[in-house]
Ligand binder design. Sequence first.
Ligand SMILES: Nc1ncnc2c1ncn2[C@@H]1O[C@H](COP(=O)(O)OP(=O)(O)OP(=O)(O)O)[C@@H](O)[C@H]1O
Ligand SMILES: [Mg+2]
Length: 522
Amino acid sequence: MQGFLDWKPLHHSSFERKTFMTTPLVALERISKSFPGVKALDEVSFEVLPGEVHVLMGENGAGKSTLMKILSGAYQPDSGTIYIDGQPTAITDPLHANQLGIAMIYQELTLLDNLDVGRNVLLGQEPTRGALIDWRALYAQAADTLHALGLDIDPHAPLDALNMGERQMVEIARAARRASRVIVMDEPTSSLTKSEEETLFALIERLKARGLGIIYISHRMDEVFRVADWITVLRDGRHIETRPASAFTRPELIALMVGREIDTAVKRTDGAIGQVILEARGLRLGRRVRDVSLCLRAGEVVGLAGLVGAGRTQAAEILFGATQPDAGTILLDGKPVHFASPADAIRAGIAYVPDDRKGAGLVLTLPVSTNLILAALERVANAGVLSIRAIRETVAAWTQRLNIRAASPRMNIELLSGGNQQKVVLAKWLSRQPRVLILNEPTRGIDVGAKAEVHALIREIAAQGVAVLMISSELPEILSVSDRIVVMAAGRVTGEMPARDATEEDVLALAFADELIMEHSV
Ligand SMILES: Nc1ncnc2c1ncn2[C@@H]1O[C@H](COP(=O)(O)OP(=O)(O)OP(=O)(O)O)[C@@H](O)[C@H]1O
Ligand SMILES: [Mg+2]
């Protein structure tokens, strides 16, 4: 058995880790893992100390999730050792990891759609009375957990009544209940906006104070520098650097991740802003969409900002014909139109990239190449015959353009890293050359380098005359990519402004306007 005095730091760092004083809660030593065609991890060492937030950074496909799946028992390493409190331990499966006090919030949500919130939070930990589940206790405990996290979610609510942000909070609640040693958060804020983020950060502080170790994965720099005590950078499955967060500058961190210097500033390739192509007047749908009017012009990027739950996704789905509004009109080129289904909208030249890549964006069981060309079929089809060459060229061009990392275009897309899946979703719709492009959280989970590329691409598409509506919860993205910003709160458009001289505060003031509306509408 390895006592804590014998513990040696596992990798070279010019910065002293306090591993000579404290035994890491968990330590991964020289872990390797290969998948067909790719060495996902190559002798990576990593550890987390009590009360520490250790951020794991790296490009899409760098191996972050794979390393964490090994820690949480979902994958077995090909070689290497895991130490729990200094003792070598084989983690056989996720349940075993839970018993060791390790809980993970997966990047792809793992909630069960057919169960309600309470059952999801307590899944596998259901309180019993004799041989039966004690339902009353179950919902009471779920309510306690949700309440302790400051979440206003009904434990009896069916899961499909929740939006992505709320689902993510339920996933977090479930993990927080289970973690007693280490909690792994793989892009926990990808669907959260400011207020939910604050709830999460407050929770992280409480977990730290209780001596838990937190492993945090994110592509958002602001967030990383806010929560990180230490940062470890992975690149191409290798350990590159471990330092205290304060010992990195942003450009340095980015350069270490991508292996070269890159410029993340959005290059504006402005074209002329033309005619209104799509217009919505007075859209209403139940309580989610109360009054939405907006217009999209050729060549213009409209950023749609707001908090999770503001009704942005519902409004977009109405524009795309996926849901029917209770009231309101949609005009295309100035003429009223009715989209009975997405097929109608697609025929009219509207493309929608949803925020839920698992649900609507991808066919997970099909290869990367098929997903890429699904939406572009008619472009690669030649007089009704699919040209293999055209397909190959389309796939190769987009793979290169967005730096999609797949061992082979024939591999099933569900095996790609999260960020690479998102790039395929984008490419799939961009290759369609729509007139109106609606993007819902287009860079969720995408690394800094590829994000800059996606931003440039959005500007370029607009410059070609496409009307773009970009829903994003990342204010820097809204401010830097848009020409005009429309803000929604509680189902209404609360204001709009040119993006040029808008500030985060301007947008937030309108995004929080619903609290004022609520006060006055009762
Ligand atoms: N089950 C699997 N089968 C085949 N390949 C896999 C599997 N899981 C991961 N990979 C591959 O391993 C590599 C590392 O993936 P991983 O998901 O760890 O990346 P990541 O750093 O989490 O990236 P992201 O930021 O995009 O989430 C990728 O090339 C990915 O396609
Ligand atoms: Mg990942």
